[in-house]
Design a binder for this molecule. Structure first.
Ligand SMILES: Cc1cc2nc3c(=O)[nH]c(=O)nc-3n(C[C@H](O)[C@H](O)[C@H](O)COP(=O)(O)OP(=O)(O)OC[C@H]3O[C@@H](n4cnc5c(N)ncnc54)[C@H](O)[C@@H]3O)c2cc1C
Length: 176
């Protein structure tokens, strides 16, 4: 049997790629080495307990988040009820006396980190802005409408080491 696409690995990445290609009308086969799909996002059973391999919550799902159009495209919102939790996470390190509760949203998160590490205020802001800028630029790539145009966008970064890309991104916005 011939296939348009062969996806190696049925984790979230492979399953999402496979679903998008199939939804676009192409024939696709996903090959998974494990006896169940999901990769890091699976669970396993020990006695009566069902244990998450890794993924336990997800951030974003706002307008700048690439997951949002992907989930809309694949009908995930119609089939899964998402639940907003009180805080993003809490980090406790008794050896350093660190106890940070990170709230939702970038600005609130920056404030929480900056309150815990005031001397790192500028660096924290810059680091989170790098993440936000990268996220926004990725969300702007026309993955669905023009795949060839997406490739052109990626070629901008194709021939340079990631460090150079990161430096260019981090220099492209204000850190104040
Ligand atoms: C401890 C931990 C906690 C995490 N917590 C969160 C969280 O709370 N929120 C969040 O958003 N993210 C979290 N993540 C990250 C998230 O789980 C992963 O980014 C995501 O699941 C990775 O998906 P993936 O498809 O890229 O890779 P994987 O899940 O690794 O999938 C790769 C798949 O490919 C298969 N495979 C590999 N080689 C072959 C081969 N040669 N042939 C066939 N199949 C093959 C593997 O069996 C696997 O199923 C966490 C990760 C870890 C490790």
């Amino acid at each position: 049997m011939t296939m348009d696409h062969l996806v190696i690995g049925g984790g979230l990445g492979g399953l999402t790629a496979g679903a998008l290609l199939a939804e676009a009308g192409d024939s696709v086969r996903v090959l998974e080495a494990h006896d169940k799909p999901g990769g890091c996002a699976t669970t396993f059973q020990r006695f009566d307990a069902e244990i998450e391999v890794s993924l336990h919550e997800m951030d974003g799902l706002d307008e700048d988040d690439l997951k949002t159009p992907v989930f809309e495209h694949l009908g995930v919102f119609e089939n899964v009820d998402f639940e907003q939790i009180d805080q993003f996470y809490r980090y406790v390190d008794p050896t350093r006396g660190t106890d940070i509760t990170v709230p939702h949203g970038p600005e609130a998160a920056i404030d929480a980190y900056a309150a815990a590490f005031p001397e790192e205020n500028a660096g924290i802001r810059k680091f989170i802005n790098v993440i936000l800028t990268t996220r926004r630029e990725v969300a702007d790539w026309p993955f669905f409408e023009e795949p060839s145009s997406s490739t052109t966008h990626l070629h901008r970064f194709g021939n340079e080491p990631w460090g150079d890309t990161g430096r260019r991104l981090s220099g492209s916005y204000s850190t104040t």
